[in-house]
Design a protein around this ligand. Structure first.
Ligand SMILES: [Zn+2]
Length: 157
């Protein structure tokens, strides 16, 4: 029996902000990758087209690496088959990235993985604000609502 009574520490503000940024950033990436004039997306890894409501925000370099967790080059709309059942379909993901950004940019991203990156609360708050604004802008431009990301319906009529 321990002498000290340890209370479980409440989740820190940083952890809460990180979670919030994860959610907002994922919404941003999926909206960004919606094909123009549709509510569809093309999976970065398998190149197939699906309704945006079935997209995940897939990380090329695992999201445990903070240096690339919120990189717009590292994250793309990905189908659930690739993201959840095919361990991210990494060879397909890399091909998709090279097609989009070129080999040099992808190699740079891969090197970035080993950098140390820490976010302060203020930075999180700024990024959340930034991406919320971007989301609102994209939704307005496309005449869509955020629920488009949870709908299963495909082509807009
Ligand atoms: Zn896929």
């Amino acid at each position: 029996m321990g002498f000290y009574c340890k209370k479980k520490a409440p989740a820190s503000k940083g952890a809460e902000l990180k979670k919030k940024l994860d959610r907002v950033f994922s919404q941003y990436i999926r909206l960004r990758d919606m094909l123009p004039g549709t509510t569809l997306f093309r999976c970065i890894s398998c190149n197939k087209v699906y309704p945006i409501g079935e997209a995940d925000c897939g990380h090329y370099i695992n999201r445990k690496h903070m240096s690339t967790r919120f990189s717009e080059v590292n994250c793309h709309a990905q189908c659930r088959q690739c993201n959840r059942f095919d361990e991210g379909n990494m060879s397909g993901y890399r091909l998709g990235l090279v097609r989009m950004y070129g080999e040099t940019r992808v190699a740079y991203l891969e090197a970035q993985k080993y950098e140390t990156r820490k976010y302060g609360d203020y930075e999180y708050e700024e990024l959340i604000r930034h991406y919320k604004k971007e989301i609102a802008r994209m939704l307005e431009e496309r005449g869509e609502k955020i629920t488009v990301l949870s709908k299963k319906i495909g082509v807009k009529i």
